[in-house]
Design a protein around this ligand. Structure first.
Ligand code: HDE
Length: 706
C-alpha cells in the first residue's frame, strides 16, 4: 500500500486557499491534499472526488497499469484533444476585453444603437494577429496585422474584422486561397514560417498586379509595429451606414491609436523575434495588467454614391483607399482595452469573428472581397470549433437576448423548454409559449440597393473597369512617405527579393515596380545588382494623385513616453541616486523602466545593493525604446569584454534609439561604435525628452539603405 508522510503545511498563498497540506508519497512524490471538510477538492469531469493525482492504478508496485483506471484515461483522453485546428490565417494572435464609448451622436447616419448616444458604452473583445505564421510563430515578422473587434451591442454582436493596413492584396475573394497558399510555408519543404521573403509569394504577387499597392504597405514600416498599441486599424472595405429613415451613406472605418504610431527597424524586428517571440503579446498583457489601458479612436470617412461615382477609383475595390485629405476622418468613439483574458484558450483562441455579425444601422457593400468573406468566416468556425453551436461559447455569445428556433446540434448547451420549435405556430391558443417572432420595426433589413444600375447588369465573371488601375495609389503611397521611409521600402524589397531564388520572379517584380516609381525600381534593381527590365504594360493609365501625409508614420509620429520602455544598465559601483532619479523621472512621464545588470540578484552600487529586473544577456536593447547607461568607468571597461553589453549599446544606436549615459560609460560606447548625435545625451532632462522618439537622421551612419 502506498503510504504518505506529511511534510509541512503550505502557506496556500497561490492557491487562494489555506487548507492545502503537503505530503510525501512512498516514491517521494509530492501530494497536495485537503481534508474531507474542504470544498477545494479535485474531481473528474463528472464530479467524482479524486484521491490520488500522482499515481496511476497498477497491478502491484511494479505491475502494468490497469485499463480500469478511468481517472487516468479521462485525463489523458482530454489532454489528447486539447488542441483545436488553428486559424488557417491569423493563427497567431492576442486578445483583450474592453469597451467602446460613443463620443459623437451619428444617429443622422446610422440607427445602430452603439452610436446613438454620447457616452454610451458597449463591451467588446479585440484580437490582434499576424497573418502568415502558425499559432506558435513569433510576434514580429514582416506581416500585416489583423485588427478584429467584436462589439457586444444591445442589438447583437457587430464584428469589425479589419487589418492594420487600409487596403488588401487582392480584389476578388476567389484569389484568397491562392494568395495564402503562396505566402505560407512552401508546399514541398514546409518552410519558411511566417515570412513572405520566398519564391512562391513573390511569384504569385508578381503575377497579380492588383497587389502592388498592398505590397508598398507591406514593405513599409507599417508591418513592423513597435507595439500592437501603436498601430492603426482599418475596416478596409467600404461599408454602409443606414439611418432610421432608411437612407444609406458609404463608410470606411478607421482606428487611430492614442499612443500614436511607432515602428521598429527591420534588423530590430529580426532580433526581437529571437529575444522575445512573444514581444507583442507580452507588451499588450503587461500594459493592461499595469493599468496603462491601450486606447484607439474610432473614426469614419463617409461619402455618398454621387461622390463615389466621381472618383478615379472604385470605392468597392479593396486595393484602393480614400485619402484622408479628400475625406477627413471624423472621430465618433473610442475603444479602451482594460481587461486581460482569464484564459487564453477559452477566450482568445475560441473567439470567432464573423464579418456577417452586423447590426441594424450598418450594412455591407458589394466589394467582391467582402462578399466572399461573408461566406468564409461562418464556414471556418465549423472546422475550428467543431460545432454549429460555436455561438454559445461565452466569448462568442451575444450579451443581449438571443432566441430563435434553431435547435440541437453538437455541444448544445441551451435547454429550450416547451413544444414550440417552429414558427409560425398557434400554440399560444392552447395556452402554451409560442416562442419569438419577426420584428420588422427593429429587425435587420438589407439596404435595398438598386442592382439594375450595375453595369453591365448580366450575371458575369468580371471586374469593374476601374479595378484595372493597379499603380496610381501604389505610387501615391510611396511618394507620400518621408525619404527615410522610402529607403525602408526600397530596402525591404531588396531584402525580400534577394531571398527569391528564381530570377525571372525578381525580374517580373522589377518590371512592375517601374509603373509605381522609376526611382524606386532603379534603387531596387541596384540593390539586387540586376539590370532594370522593360516596364510591364499597365492595364490602365497611371495618374498622379496629390500626396497624402496621413499615409506616413514618421510625419504623424507623436513624441510620447507613454507606452515606451526605458532600460537602465548598471553595474558595480553605479550611482544609485542617478538610477533612482532617471527611473522616477521616466515613470512620471509615463514610461516603463527596466533595471538591467550583469547579475539579477543584487549588485553593490554607490549606496546599498540593487536588484535588477533583467539580466543583461537576456534583456537585449531590442526590447527597449531607449537606454540609460549608468556605469563607472571601471565597470564600463569591464563590460567592453562582454558581447551582450557591447550589443546592448550597439543595437540601441543602430536601431536609432536615445542613449543617455554617465561620463564613465564612454569606454563601452566607444567599443560599441556610438558616435555623437542629438540622440546621444547626458542623463537628465535631455534624456527623458530624447527617449520619446527615434533618430532617423542617424540611420545612414549605421546602415546601407537601398
Ligand atoms: Fe480574413 N479570414 N479573409 N481577412 N481575417 C480569417 O476566419 C478570409 C481578409 C481577417 O482574430 C479566417 O475565423 C477570406 C481581409 C482577420 O480571429 C477566414 C478573405 C481582411 C482575421 C478568413 C479574407 C481580413 C481573419 C480564419 C478574402 C481585412 C482574424 C479564421 C475574401 C479587412 C480574426 C477565421 C481573428 C480571419 C477568410 C480577407 C481580416 C479563413 C476568404 C480583406 C483580422 O475565415
Amino acid at each position: 500500500m502506498a503510504s504518505r508522510t506529511p511534510t509541512k503545511k503550505s502557506p496556500g498563498k497561490n492557491s487562494g486557499s489555506s487548507d492545502i497540506k503537503m505530503e510525501q508519497g512512498n516514491g517521494g512524490e509530492t501530494h497536495q491534499t485537503v481534508d474531507a471538510s474542504s470544498d477545494n477538492y479535485l474531481t473528474t469531469n463528472h464530479g467524482m472526488p479524486i484521491s490520488d493525482n500522482q499515481n496511476s492504478l497498477k497491478a502491484g508496485a511494479r505491475g502494468p497499469t490497469l485499463l480500469e483506471d478511468f481517472v487516468l484515461r479521462e485525463k489523458v483522453f482530454h489532454f489528447d484533444h486539447e488542441r483545436i485546428p488553428e486559424r488557417i490565417v491569423h493563427a497567431r494572435g492576442s486578445g483583450a476585453h474592453g469597451y467602446f464609448e460613443c463620443t459623437a451622436d451619428i444617429s443622422d447616419l446610422s440607427k445602430a444603437s452603439l452610436f446613438s448616444e454620447v457616452g454610451k458604452r458597449t463591451p467588446l473583445f479585440a484580437r490582434f494577429s499576424t497573418v502568415a505564421g502558425g499559432a506558435g510563430s513569433v510576434d514580429t515578422p514582416r506581416d500585416v496585422r489583423g485588427f478584429a473587434v467584436k462589439f457586444y451591442t444591445d442589438q447583437g454582436n457587430w464584428d469589425l474584422v479589419g487589418n492594420n493596413i487600409p487596403v488588401f492584396f487582392i480584389q476578388d475573394a476567389i484569389k484568397f486561397p491562392d494568395l495564402i497558399h503562396s505566402v505560407k510555408m512552401e508546399a514541398d519543404r514546409g518552410y519558411p514560417q511566417a515570412a513572405s521573403a520566398h519564391d512562391t509569394f513573390w511569384d504569385f504577387i508578381s503575377l497579380m498586379p492588383e497587389s502592388t499597392h498592398m505590397i508598398m504597405w507591406a514593405m513599409s514600416d507599417r508591418t513592423l509595429p513597435r507595439s500592437l498599441r501603436m498601430m492603426e486599424g482599418f475596416g478596409v472595405h467600404s461599408f454602409r451606414l443606414v439611418n432610421s429613415a432608411g437612407v444609406s451613406t458609404f463608410v470606411k472605418f478607421h482606428w487611430k491609436p492614442v499612443l500614436g504610431m511607432q515602428s521598429t527597424c527591420w534588423d530590430e524586428a529580426v532580433k526581437t523575434a529571437g529575444a522575445d517571440p512573444d514581444f507583442h503579446r507580452r507588451d499588450l498583457f503587461e500594459a493592461i495588467d499595469s493599468g496603462a489601458f491601450p486606447e484607439w479612436e474610432l473614426g469614419i470617412q463617409t461619402f455618398d454614391e454621387e461622390w463615389a461615382q466621381k472618383q478615379p477609383y472604385d470605392v468597392l475595390d479593396a486595393t484602393k483607399l480614400i485619402p484622408e485629405e479628400d475625406i477627413p476622418v471624423r472621430v465618433i468613439g473610442k475603444m479602451v482595452l482594460d481587461r486581460n483574458v482569464d484564459n487564453f484558450f477559452a477566450e482568445t483562441e475560441q473567439a470567432a469573428f464573423l464579418p456577417t455579425n452586423i447590426v441594424p444601422g450598418i450594412d455591407f457593400s458589394n466589394d467582391p472581397l467582402l462578399q466572399g468573406r461573408l461566406f468564409s468566416y461562418l464556414d471556418t468556425q465549423k472546422s475550428r470549433l467543431g460545432t454549429t453551436n460555436f455561438h454559445q461559447i461565452p466569448i462568442n455569445a451575444p450579451k443581449c437576448p438571443m432566441q430563435n428556433f434553431q435547435r440541437d446540434g453538437m455541444m448544445q448547451t441551451h435547454v429550450p423548454t416547451g413544444r414550440a420549435n417552429y414558427e409560425p405556430n398557434s400554440l399560444d391558443q392552447a395556452g402554451e409559449a409560442p416562442g419569438p417572432r419577426e420584428a420588422p420595426a427593429i429587425g435587420f433589413s438589407s439596404f435595398p440597393e438598386n442592382a439594375e444600375r450595375n453595369d453591365p447588369s448580366e450575371k458575369l465573371r468580371i471586374r469593374s473597369e476601374l479595378f484595372q488601375d493597379h499603380y496610381s495609389q501604389a505610387a501615391l503611397f510611396y511618394q507620400s512617405q518621408t525619404e527615410n521611409e522610402q529607403a525602408h521600402i526600397a530596402s525591404a524589397l531588396v531584402f525580400e527579393l534577394s531571398k527569391v531564388g528564381l530570377e525571372h520572379i525578381r525580374t517580373r517584380t522589377l518590371s512592375r515596380l517601374r509603373n509605381v516609381d522609376e526611382e524606386l525600381a532603379a534603387r531596387v534593381a541596384d540593390g539586387l545588382a540586376m539590370e532594370l527590365p522593360e516596364k510591364a504594360p499597365a492595364a490602365s493609365p497611371v495618374f498622379a494623385m496629390d500626396k497624402s501625409d496621413a499615409l506616413s508614420i514618421q510625419k504623424n509620429a507623436k513624441t510620447l513616453l507613454q507606452g515606451r520602455k526605458i532600460g537602465i544598465l548598471f553595474s558595480d559601483g553605479s550611482d544609485a541616486g542617478l538610477i533612482s532619479k532617471i527611473k522616477s523621472d521616466a515613470e512620471k512621464a509615463g514610461a516603463q523602466v527596466m533595471l538591467i545588470a550583469p547579475k539579477v540578484g543584487g549588485i553593490a552600487v554607490s549606496k546599498g545593493v540593487l536588484k535588477a529586473d533583467g539580466q543583461l544577456a537576456g534583456s537585449p536593447s531590442v526590447l527597449l525604446d531607449a537606454i540609460a547607461l549608468v556605469l563607472t568607468q571601471e565597470a564600463a571597461e569591464k563590460l567592453t569584454k562582454d558581447g551582450a553589453a557591447v550589443d546592448f549599446v550597439k543595437d540601441a544606436f543602430g536601431h536609432l534609439k536615445a542613449i543617455g549615459h554617465s561620463e564613465g560609460a564612454k569606454p563601452l560606447m566607444d567599443k560599441a561604435g556610438v558616435e555623437p548625435d542629438e540622440g546621444v545625451v547626458e542623463l537628465g532632462e535631455d534624456f527623458i525628452a530624447a527617449a520619446a522618439r527615434r533618430f532617423y537622421d542617424r540611420e545612414l551612419k549605421v546602415r546601407d539603405l537601398a
